[in-house]
Write a protein that binds this ligand. Structure first.
Ligand code: SAH
Length: 393
């Protein structure tokens, strides 16, 4: 059976409210010497059962898998992945002809801390952020194939950069089930190349699906600037929405290449689109005021709490440039994907930028991550994506 871990007296309170982490400071003793990634049982100081979870080294000592005293075996993984898949069917992101990419597992949001799984057609891309998930990777991969009824028949494991460096596991990014190189998937009827080999995260930002669909409804007749375009997701939707012109900008030449390929696949030979490999601030400084639909979706400006103040300044500076240049009657889609930047923080940073520009600005929509990136209500840290759609006079 699993080794028992005893908490310090009174340290079970947050766990009783289903918060899924045990911090190392809360641990009184542990039986034996568990290996990192091993399943342990968490007990109160008095010996009452609280949870089972993955033991790990660092400030988070245990990531909880279950608040029931159960065995973590192949059947457990299958049950959990089944619940996650059924939810994706219920929210109508899975089981559709015109949409075969979605997030199947969103860590704590699916009660599977340390695990991310994105599905692209018949391929799942899986990321472990904890040694425990790494240890269970084959059980998890097989569960994904079974639960989707073979809809997913290939599983690519991509944890080279996400596993704790100190664990020294040296996992290689590779297929752990199946394997192929036909990497095109469909989102809301639009097709995209997914670069799971070299691309950021699992290869595509599925979290912007709903926000891209909203952008499409505003695109007709507009001159669009998609800043930080990466794969050109927003650009492809703007094209379908009937934009007059679409300009995509990213500092990475690879991103620009991917954007051009995605536009070409969906709108071959369409001259409305152009892409530029340039730094955002340089481009915004040099451009005129021709754009009346602007998307700002930068990388996370703050990865840690300490960086918060600097990050907020960054968001203000970036948005100020857009307010300065956007055409009167223009619409700005602006985002932050920094987890440590709250909705209120972000809104304040954008407010400051708007005030600096002296323009009249109204909020039309407040955006967030989609349903397939659920937030465990007891783990609000899982909320990370926020956006505003603004009307600028
Ligand atoms: N909007 C995209 C995701 C953006 S990810 C989507 O919907 O998929 C952030 C992107 O910003 C990355 O592609 C990265 O290459 C780019 N980037 C980072 N710093 C930049 C800078 N200073 N100027 C322009 N692009 C930058």
């Amino acid at each position: 059976m699993y080794k028992n871990l005893y908490l310090k007296r009174g340290k079970e309170e947050s766990l009783k409210r289903f918060h899924p982490w045990v911090f190392s400071g809360a641990v009184q003793t542990i039986e034996g010497e568990p290996q990192e990634g091993e399943v342990v049982r968490v007990l109160t100081a008095e010996g009452g059962f609280i949870a089972v979870g993955h033991w790990q080294i660092g400030s988070i000592a245990v990531r909880v898998l279950s608040f029931e005293d159960e065995v973590i075996d192949a059947a457990f993984w299958k049950k959990r992945i089944q619940v996650a898949y059924d939810l994706r069917l219920a929210m109508r992101v899975a089981g559709r002809e015109d949409n075969d990419m979605f997030r199947l597992v969103h860590g704590e949001g699916d009660f599977l801390p340390g695990l991310i799984v994105d599905v692209y057609g018949n391929t799942a891309v899986m990321q472990a952020h904890s040694v425990g998930m790494h240890v269970s990777r084959m059980d998890i991969a097989r569960a994904i194939v079974e639960v989707t009824g073979g809809g997913v028949s290939h599983v690519y494991y991509k944890s080279e950069t996400t596993l704790p460096f100190k664990a020294d596991l040296e996992p290689e990014n590779d297929f752990i089930i199946g394997g192929h190189d036909r990497n095109v998937a469909t989102e809301n009827g639009l097709r995209f190349y997914i670069d799971w080999l070299k691309g950021q995260k699992t290869g595509f930002f599925v979290d912007q699906r709903d926000n891209r669909a909203l952008l499409e409804t505003y695109a007709r007749g507009r001159s669009v600037l998609n800043m930080f375009c990466y794969t050109g997701g927003f650009s492809v939707y703007a094209m379908r929405g009937g934009a007059k012109t679409v300009h995509s900008v990213d500092s990475s030449a690879k991103a620009i290449d991917l954007t051009n390929r995605n536009i070409e696949m969906n709108f071959p030979g369409d001259g409305r689109h152009e892409a530029f490999a340039e730094d955002a601030f340089k481009y915004l400084d040099a451009m005129g005021s021709q754009y009346d639909l602007v998307i700002l979706d930068p990388p996370a400006f703050a990865k840690h709490k300490d960086a918060l103040r600097q990050a907020l300044k960054g968001y203000t500076r970036l948005n100020a440039k857009a307010f300065e240049k956007i055409k009167p009657g223009g619409i700005l889609f602006t985002f932050s994907c920094s987890q440590v930047v709250s909705k209120d923080h972000f809104r304040m940073a954008v407010f400051t930028a708007a005030a600096q520009s002296g323009r009249r600005v109204r909020i039309l929509h407040q955006l967030h991550q989609p349903a397939d990136h659920p937030i465990n209500i007891y783990h609000p840290e899982g909320e990370y994506l926020k956006g505003l759609v603004l009307y600028v006079e």
